[in-house]
Design a protein around this ligand. Structure first.
Ligand SMILES: [Zn+2]
Length: 360
C-alpha cells in the first residue's frame, strides 16, 4: 500500500504556518532549537535536524518517519531510536535530511500535533529549585489543561524515554526542566490556542537594565577574535549584577552548552579581549565563546555561527526573567560532559555552519 502524502493538504499548510510562527518568535525559538510534528496514517512529519523552524514556510524542512516501529525501538532500548534515521520513509523524504534528534519523543506522544520549543519564560521557571511550586501556581491559569513536568535528561533517547513514561496519561503540556516546553493537541488550532494560553500563564517581565556601550565594547574587542554582539538585547547579561551572577553560576539548558560551551569569560577593568586571549593562550586554555564586560555588554567569538550568536540572546532573555535571590538548579558537570561529547549534536552544528554561509 502506498503511503499517503500529507504535504499537498491544507492541514499540512496549516502545520507549516504554525511551525514558522513558533520559529519566528525569539522568545520561543532561537536558531535551530525547537521542533514540531504532525501524525497521519502512521507517518509522522517532523522538523529536520539542524534546520530552523522559522523557515518552515519557505524551505523543505519536514522529514517523514514511521511512528510505531520508532516507538517500539525506543521502548526496547534499540539504539536506532537515538537518531531515528532508520525510520525515515525514504521515498517521501524529498530533502534527504535527517530527522530532528528529538524525533523519538514526538513519536512517543500520542497527540496528532506536537510543538516543542525553548520558551524563555518556561525555561526561566523550569531552572528554579522551587520550580514545582512555582509552576503549579502559574499553571492554575490554564487548569483545564493536563500538564506534567519532566526531569532534565539529555535530548535524544534519554529525554524521550522520560517523555514516553508520561505519554500514557496523554498530557496536553509537558514542561521540561532545564530545557523548554511541549504543547500537544488534536488539531493545529487547538495547539496554537494552547500555546498562546500557556505562554500567557508563564510570562514574566525581564529585569530592566542599562543600555549597552557599543563604542566601548568595540574598543575593548579591537585586535581580538571577538566582536560586540550584534543583537542589542543580548547585552543585558552584562548590564545587571543579578543577570551576570545567574549567567556565571553554571549552565542552565542544553543548547547553551552545545553552542556557547560551559565557560563564559569575564573581563576585568582595563583588560582588553586580546589581553584575555593572550593570557588564556599562555595557560593552554581554550578561549570562551562569550565574554562579559561588566556594565558595558557582551563580546562574542567571531567563530560563532548564526545559531551560536542567537544563543547569547536566549541567555539574556532567560537570566533576565529569573527572579533575584531565587536558587537555581544548574546542569551538573556530568550533564555538561554528556552534551559536549555527543556525536548527533556535532551533525546539527555542522548543518548550522553550512546554513550560516547563506543569507538567512
Ligand atoms: Zn529542545
Amino acid at each position: 500500500m502506498a503511503t499517503p502524502d500529507l504535504r499537498h493538504t491544507e492541514l499540512f499548510k496549516g502545520f507549516l504556518r504554525l511551525s514558522s510562527e513558533i520559529g519566528n518568535d525569539i522568545l520561543k525559538t532561537q536558531g535551530a532549537g525547537g521542533n514540531t510534528s504532525i501524525k497521519s496514517d502512521g507517518v509522522m512529519w517532523v522538523k529536520a535536524s539542524g534546520t530552523w523552524l522559522s523557515k518552515a514556510d519557505a524551505e523543505d524542512i519536514m522529514v517523514p518517519v514511521v511512528v510505531e516501529p520508532l516507538v517500539a525501538a525506543l521502548r526496547e532500548g534499540d539504539p536506532r531510536a537515538e537518531k531515528s534515521t532508520d525510520f525515515v520513509v525514504s521515498d517521501l523524504n524529498s530533502s534527504g535530511l535527517r530527522p530532528s534528534i528529538e524525533t523519538s519523543f514526538h513519536a512517543a506522544l500520542k497527540s496528532p500535533v506536537v510543538a516543542h520549543y525553548h520558551c524563555v519564560n518556561a525555561i526561566a521557571l523550569a531552572v528554579l529549585q522551587d520550580r514545582d511550586a512555582i509552576l503549579a501556581a502559574r499553571m492554575k491559569a490554564v487548569s483545564d489543561l493536563k500538564w506534567v513536568t519532566i526531569p532534565y535528561r539529555r535530548p535524544g533517547t534519554p529525554l524521550a524515554r522520560e517523555i514516553e513514561k508520561a505519554a500514557s496519561s496523554e498530557p496536553d503540556v509537558l514542561i521540561l526542566f532545564n530545557h523548554g516546553i511541549i504543547v500537544c493537541g488534536d488539531t493545529i488550532e487547538e495547539v496554537s490556542n494552547r500555546i498562546q494560553r500557556v505562554t500567557n500563564a508563564l510570562t514574566g517581565e525581564a529585569r530592566r537594565t542599562e543600555t549597552a556601550d557599543i563604542d566601548a565594547l568595540a574598543v575593548i574587542a579591537k585586535g581580538s577574535g571577538y566582536h560586540p554582539a550584534h543583537d542589542r538585547e543580548s547585552h543585558s547579561v552584562a548590564l545587571s549584577n543579578a543577570n551576570q551572577e545567574i549567567a556565571l553560576g553554571g549552565s542552565l539548558y542544553p543548547d547553551h552548552v552545545i553552542f556557547l560551551g560551559t565557560e563564559i569569560g569575564v573581563l576585568t577593568q582595563d583588560e582588553s579581549a586580546a589581553d584575555l586571549e593572550a593570557a588564556l593562550h599562555r595557560e593552554g586554555r581554550e578561549a570562551p565563546k562569550m565574554l562579559i564586560v561588566p556594565g558595558k555588554g557582551i563580546l562574542l567569538s567571531t567563530t560563532l555561527t548564526a545559531g551560536g550568536e542567537v544563543m547569547a540572546r536566549c541567555l539574556a532573555e532567560v537570566v533576565g526573567r529569573i527572579p533575584e535571590g531565587q536558587s537555581v538548579a544548574y546542569l551538573s558537570k556530568d550533564d555538561e560532559y554528556e552534551l559536549t561529547h555527543w556525536e548527533a549534536e556535532q551533525y546539527r552544528q555542522a548543518l548550522d555552519r553550512a546554513s550560516a554561509r547563506q543569507p538567512a
